[in-house]
Design a protein around this ligand. Structure first.
Ligand code: G3H
Ligand code: 13P
Ligand code: ZN
Length: 317
């Protein structure tokens, strides 16, 4: 199967009360770990590439790795794994255009830091080019809280998405999905230790009432599994107070209008924890295959857990 867009995936996810996992990819082991889990669980998948990932690995390498994963799924598992290839946090029309021209099936234009009218103008420009080329567009309204914000207690309401803006934004831009800010944040330090993490489901509910049937996206949705944080800290790392979004809240979001859930930090934690433990236990080893193999296996297990227990998209491919 060729790379697909997210259109059909999102429609089915919306109607079925589950979400698609959007996992960030930067190298071969990450692509393999994620896709092996998706093949085993028969889960549709979004592999997303950031500007930084493109700078690190080069567009062509990531594209070929993803194409190889699709071919491998056909050959080894004997079925077509639907994979969408998505630009994560595109910050300009030129970057989005380059990814569209380079074979991505979906792009995000993230102009959420700009004033409303500017966000609309740049999103509209990307939508026009993307739709002419059969590519779908994710946009963003509202800004995700920073790692240092006290999301639970004192985050300014202005950083959350304002439900009263969403209809006008979607109508005027023609975007295909919308990322909203309801209390998640990027990275491994999402909430203050000792507080009770709580996403703003009231905002999600209000947004989905105003946009019936429209796919909503959640960024910053790593759960920061404590077993990885503990492994990192026990093996020379130093990540005190790393806390993520509780899995049950992500599950709830997936059962509502959220059709895409973004995960990157958990992949980094899984890989880093495994590699740190390996080096601690085997200070004499230096063959990258020996430490990247268990790192890939940890990613696979972690992703499989999410597909089944958090996203609920297993068996949907
Ligand atoms: O939301 C950001 C993603 O985690 C990508 O991070 O820009 O370091 O590749 P990156
Ligand atoms: P995390 O840092 O929570 O994994 O979020 C990733 C993300 O939103 C990528 O766009
Ligand atoms: Zn993000």
């Amino acid at each position: 199967m060729a790379i697909v867009t997210t259109k059909e995936m999102f429609q089915k996810a919306y109607d079925g009360g589950y979400a698609i996992g959007a996992f960030n990819v930067n190298n071969m082991e990450i692509v393999q770990g994620i896709t092996e889990a998706a093949i085993e669980q028969r889960a549709p998948l979004i592999l997303q590439v950031s500007k930084g990932a493109r700078a690190y690995a080069k567009h062509v390498y990531l594209m070929k790795l993803i194409e190889a994963a699709i071919e491998d799924a056909e050959q080894t598992a004997g079925f077509d794994l639907p994979i969408a290839v998505h630009l994560d946090h595109g910050d300009s029309f030129e970057l989005c255009k380059s990814c569209i021209d380079g074979g991505f099936s979906s792009v995000m234009i993230d102009a959420s830091g700009k004033p409303f009218e500017e966000n609309i103008a740049i999103t509209k420009q990307v939508v026009e080019y993307a739709h002419d080329h059969g590519v779908v567009v994710e946009a963003e309204l509202g800004t995700l809280a920073g790692v240092e914000d006290e999301v639970n207690v004192s985050a300014e309401d202005s950083s959350y998405t304002r439900p009263e803006d969403v209809q006008e934004f979607v109508q005027r831009t023609g975007c295909d999905s919308l990322a909203i800010a309801i209390g998640t944040s990027h990275g491994a330090y999402k909430f203050k230790p000792g507080t009770n993490p709580q996403l703003r489901f009231d905002i999600l509910e209000d947004v989905s009432k105003r946009l019936p049937g429209f796919p909503i996206v959640l960024h910053g949705s790593s759960s920061v599994p404590q077993k990885f944080v503990e492994m990192i800290n026990a093996n020379g790392g130093n990540m005190p107070g790393a806390i993520g979004v509780p899995e049950d809240q992500l599950r709830k979001a997936a059962s509502m209008a959220v059709c895409k859930i973004n995960i990157d930090s958990d992949l980094r934690l899984a890989m880093t924890a495994t590699v740190r433990k390996f080096f601690n236990e085997h200070p004499d080893k230096f063959d990258p295959r020996e430490y990247l193999k268990p790192a890939r296996a940890t990613i696979k297990d972690m992703v499989a857990h999410k597909l089944v227990n958090v996203l609920g998209c297993n068996g949907k491919a």
